[in-house]
Design a protein around this ligand. Structure first.
Ligand code: FMN
Length: 170
């Protein structure tokens, strides 16, 4: 139990990566966490693009200012034809929730593998769909740059700023 909390406490948003490549076996281990994540009705709508080729990283830079030099970016999407749909509210689906749980798994698995990451929502969704030729039914939810933190990587002030548990209970 403490091992998990220690992992969660040690993770912070890395916003400066070194160019060192991520070992393929490490990346595979991180990606395996994406299939372990729970999804509504176990529909497993998560679809992940591994962006690591230099030309693709350049495309990612056109979509977001938040790659921070990472050698790998995981683009986490969901397939809107696969995710669970609420039976009486057709507009409500599990897609973004499923993809967010998957992204959380990836983020913590990266930490467990000794890698840094940063959840990125600040990206141009339309441009991402266009430049990476996403199928029409794929909805991008998060970009997750991952890699080894640079020597100057450090938690931001926000990382230390967390409410006490009493404040978030009601
Ligand atoms: C849904 C979500 C979206 C985020 N989007 C961005 C982003 O676009 N760019 C960025 O630099 N950080 C982004 N972050 C990171 C948060 O700013 C960060 O998690 C928060 O300030 C707490 O800091 P910590 O992760 O270092 O503990 C995002 C985090 C979450 C959960």
């Amino acid at each position: 139990m403490t091992a998990f909390l220690d992992l969660a406490a040690a993770r912070y948003s890395v916003r400066s990566f070194c160019p060192r490549a991520v070992e393929p076996e490490k990346l595979a281990r991180v990606l395996s966490a994406a299939r372990l994540a729970p999804t509504a009705c176990n529909n497993q709508p998560q679809r992940i693009k591994v962006i690591s080729a230099p030309t693709d990283l350049a495309k990612a830079d056109e979509c977001t200012p938040c790659r921070f030099g990472a050698p790998v970016v995981l683009l986490v999407c969901y397939d809107k034809t696969v995710c669970w749909r609420h039976p009486t509210n057709n507009a409500l689906t599990s897609g973004a929730i499923d993809a967010s749980i998957v992204t959380t798994h990836l983020m913590l698995a990266a930490q467990d593998a000794g890698l840094g990451s940063c959840w990125v929502m600040k990206f141009d969704v339309a441009k991402t769909a266009e430049l990476f030729a996403l199928p029409e039914n794929f909805v991008p939810v998060a970009m997750l740059p991952i890699g080894y933190g640079a020597a100057d990587a450090a938690p931001s002030d926000r990382h230390e700023s967390r409410f006490e548990v009493e404040k978030i209970l009601f």
